[in-house]
Design a binder for this molecule. Structure first.
Ligand SMILES: *[C@@H]1O[C@H](CO)[C@@H](O)[C@H](O)[C@H]1NC(C)=O
Ligand SMILES: *[C@@H]1O[C@H](CO)[C@@H](O)[C@H](O)[C@H]1NC(C)=O
Ligand SMILES: *[C@@H]1O[C@H](CO)[C@@H](O)[C@H](O)[C@H]1NC(C)=O
Ligand SMILES: *[C@@H]1O[C@H](CO)[C@@H](O)[C@H](O)[C@H]1NC(C)=O
Length: 227
């Protein structure tokens, strides 16, 4: 190789510096905004073990925050395992009194629809909402979902973390949120808010039972005492 002129040396150096800059900028993009999958763009895996969804789930975190507490979702297979019935209940914010129960029935086959599945609850003021199951945690203890009521308004989509325990371990949940924020658009750290949960969450009927049995118990001992 012949000796490079000063001019050539300068060009090669410049080229090297530029390549390093370009590569490092690309590197920074990894795992950040560039690669965050939006709810609309996400394609659910074509295989889903629906048994992993069965049973009770509790709302742990949501982005953006909503106005409900004690969020619970029960999933049951029905009609010869061709449908799932979702029964969702919740209380108002700062309350443990579950005042809303609603249900929706979905074809099992729709759960893996690339465009998501539609949940239309049996209440008159509900809008159909498209949901996608982003993932069921390898530990089977959490599930990430997202949804929207209108695909045209992408910024109006939401992200939801459901857990198997009503009151999830705080540190563990932070880890789940952290991981979700690295992959999905709907889980930006400053927008995910924990859903109020309490071991006192109960419907008015359930709340009444202990009170009633206490009264009956008192009456019973009183009658016993009389005899
Ligand atoms: C449920 O599915 C099984 C197996 O496909 C079939 O033999 C049975 O008749 C079905 N039962 C009802 C009630 O549809
Ligand atoms: C819930 O409680 C918080 C803190 O006490 C309060 O700031 C907020 O306004 C309450 N929200 C509702 C809907 O009552
Ligand atoms: C909707 O479903 C819930 C939960 O199963 C039930 O309690 C409620 O009565 C239903 N409401 C209507 C209007 O059918
Ligand atoms: C969504 O974006 C539109 C315009 O792009 C804006 O007008 C609207 O306020 C945004 N909504 C939310 C919830 O951020």
């Amino acid at each position: 190789m012949t000796k490079m002129s000063k001019h050539q040396q300068f060009l090669y150096t410049l080229l090297a510096v530029v390549s390093v800059l370009v590569l490092s900028v690309e590197g920074q993009g990894e795992g950040h905004d560039d690669l965050l999958v939006s709810c609309l763009d996400f394609t659910p895996p074509s295989l889903l073990n629906v048994k992993e969804l069965e049973g009770a789930w509790y709302g742990a975190s949501r982005s953006p925050a909503h106005k409900f507490a004690c969020v619970e979702m029960k999933v049951a297979l029905t009609q010869n395992d061709t449908k799932v019935k979702i029964t969702t209940s919740h209380a108002a914010l700062n309350s443990t009194l579950i005042n809303t129960a609603k249900e929706a029935v979905i074809d099992v086959l729709d759960l893996t629809n690339p465009n998501g599945f539609t949940v239309l609850y049996n209440l008159t003021d509900e809008k159909p909402t498209t949901y996608k199951i982003l993932e069921i945690g390898a530990d089977k203890k959490h599930a990430l979902m997202c949804g929207y009521t209108n695909p045209q308004i992408q910024n109006a989509s939401f992200g939801l973390i459901m857990t198997r325990e009503r009151i999830a371990d705080k540190k563990w949940l932070e880890g789940v949120k952290d991981e979700a924020s690295k992959h999905f658009f709907n889980f930006a750290k400053d927008s995910v808010v924990d859903i109020q949960q309490s071991d006192k969450c109960a419907s008015s009927a359930e709340v009444a039972v202990p009170v009633l049995s206490t009264i009956l118990g008192v009456v019973y001992s009183f009658l016993r005492f009389m005899h």
